[in-house]
Ligand binder design. Structure first.
Ligand SMILES: *Cc1c(COP(=O)(O)O)cnc(C)c1O
Length: 383
């Protein structure tokens, strides 16, 4: 007989949650009392600090990760009539950002071990209409694509990275964002650092940085110092209202200052799960290249996923299944294509509770319940 559910344990009921260090509240209050909430010195200080941390010349902050992807694609020249190669196994934001430009997604399959795209997937999907590739850095691992970069450059196909999961990870010895792509980060509530909501684009050139700054502020080109001396502004082209508020930037600055602690906790937690699961049969851990990665989540592939999922949810464990594949979503049916590895992975993935406040006891508790749920789901050999 298997024992029934143990009492719910605090912390593990959430799949993910923000982690605050404390000074965020004072930083937020200071900006609130200053009365200056829009784009301003606080946002620019955050951009400078992010650039120093990442080892890049410049960073352009925006309101969300989705806005970062949208504006990044526009800066890469993506528009109507273009195709953007993207894995189907990603948050819907990646695909909606592509649609927002007027371009269409070209969904590709993934490596079953990493759940990321490979060079060969891209090569098979290139067409004369391809204008960009959007690798998704699933779980935080870099997707360097060494075998196809030169060909993409030759064809003038931009690499716009969805690095929403990958803040702080490394690629070829540098931080993700510093390796030459147009990299887009998210600072939403559950990402490696949070602003409440926020995002950033790493521009490839100073001209691209200017373009992104114009796009995020209604197409207005005047700088704050121009505005001090003239009484009007200039609208040069299309634009959105997707700047990062000073309120959000203030939170992000504190989070960034404490990033070493967040990284240590996330990496430690990943290892704790990996070690605890070593003795659990039937579990394959998604390979996030942990030696170079600050992990965003902990995802396993298991048999009988749906049954295990419901059992763990009933036991108060905040499991997830990131993500429902986009090529099967009603909104994206015009671009549906068979993707066997994606469909197989989507039926097997399970994300375990993962956020920096979890303790070794929480990890053991989740692992024990997962082991029990898998045992219960397994057909009995002695039947
Ligand atoms: C979070 C996320 C986004 C979007 O970021 P927001 O800041 O929530 O808009 C895009 N892609 C992936 C893979 C994400 O996880």
């Amino acid at each position: 007989m298997t024992s029934t559910l143990s009492p719910p344990r605090a912390g593990v009921e959430a799949n993910a949650r923000p982690y605050l260090h404390g000074p965020e509240t004072d930083a937020l209050t200071a900006v609130l009392l200053s009365g200056q909430y829009t784009h301003g010195p606080e946002t620019e200080a955050f951009e400078t600090e992010l650039a120093a941390f990442l080892g890049v010349p410049d960073v352009v902050c925006v309101a969300t990760g989705t806005a970062a992807l949208h504006l990044g694609l526009l800066a890469a020249g993506v528009g109507p009539g273009h195709e953007v190669i993207v894995p189907s196994l990603t948050f819907a934001a990646s695909v909606q950002a592509i649609r927002a430009t007027g371009a269409t997604p070209r969904f590709v399959d993934i490596d079953p071990a990493t759940l990321c795209i490979r060079d060969d997937h891209i090569r098979a999907a290139l067409t004369p209409a391809t204008k960009a590739v959007m690798p998704v850095l699933y779980g935080g691992r870099a997707v360097p694509l060494p075998g196809i970069r030169a060909e993409l450059d030759r064809r003038d196909v931009a690499v716009v990275e969805d690095a929403a999961h990958a803040f702080g990870s490394r690629q070829d010895g540098v931080r993700v964002g510093a390796a030459g792509a147009l990299t887009c980060f998210s600072f939403d509530p559950i990402k490696n650092i949070t602003c409440g909501d926020g995002g950033a684009v790493i521009p490839r050139t100073p001209a691209e940085a200017d373009q992104l700054r114009t796009l995020r502020l209604l197409g207005i080109t005047a700088t704050p110092s121009d505005r001090a001396t003239v009484t009007t502004y200039i609208v040069e082209g299309p634009g959105f209202r997707t700047h990062l508020s000073a309120l959000n930037a203030a939170v992000g600055r504190v989070q960034l200052a404490h990033f070493a602690e967040i990284a240590k906790r996330r990496i430690g937690l990943w290892h704790a799960y990996n070690d605890a699961l070593a003795g659990v049969g039937g579990v394959t851990v998604v390979d996030v290249d942990i030696l170079n990665t600050v992990p965003f989540h902990f995802v396993v592939q298991i048999p009988d996923r749906d049954r295990v999922f419901h059992r763990l949810r009933a036991a108060g464990i905040g499991v997830g299944a990131p993500y429902p594949p986009n090529h099967l979503q009603p909104a994206f049916t015009p671009w549906r294509t068979p993707l066997p590895a994606t469909e197989q992975a989507a039926a097997r993935i399970l994300s375990l509770p993962f956020h920096p406040a979890l303790t070794p006891g929480d990890v053991q508790h989740v692992t024990d319940l997962l082991d029990q749920a898998l045992t219960d789901a397994r057909p009995r050999a002695d039947g």
